[in-house]
Design a protein around this ligand. Structure first.
Ligand SMILES: [Zn+2]
Length: 116
């Protein structure tokens, strides 16, 4: 019998979402940080295009499903299309528009994005 739960690590993890030349999505190396911070390589591999990034907001660090101001600044700096957040309850991807989280718009659950 499979047993699953929705727990995520108590520290943030994250990675870049990258598009391969054939259109499939892949990810960059996974970074693991603290309860409130994570760093990971912000480049995609040769021939790959930056789509966005995903990182966690564990409940130990507040657990918001919304991007922080710094998250949005990084997303804009790296010209991301989407910014995905995972917390202990759910996950959400935001289209990166404007300079504040309030201007971003939830578009899809990660599972749908990864199926694209
Ligand atoms: Zn964040």
């Amino acid at each position: 019998m499979a047993r699953v739960n929705q727990s995520i690590p108590p520290v943030e993890f994250g990675f870049m979402l990258c598009r391969l030349p054939d259109g499939r999505l892949t990810r960059g190396p996974i970074g693991v940080g603290t309860a409130t911070n994570v760093q990971f390589p912000d480049q995609c591999g040769p021939g790959q295009k930056v789509v966005g990034s995903l990182h966690s907001h564990p409940k130990e660090g507040g657990g918001s499903i919304l991007p922080s101001r710094q998250d949005m600044a990084e997303a804009l700096r790296l010209k991301m299309e989407v910014l995905c957040i995972v917390n202990n309850e759910t996950n959400q991807c935001y289209r990166v528009k404007g300079v504040q989280a309030a201007q971003s718009r939830p578009i899809t659950r990660l599972v749908h994005l990864l199926r694209k």
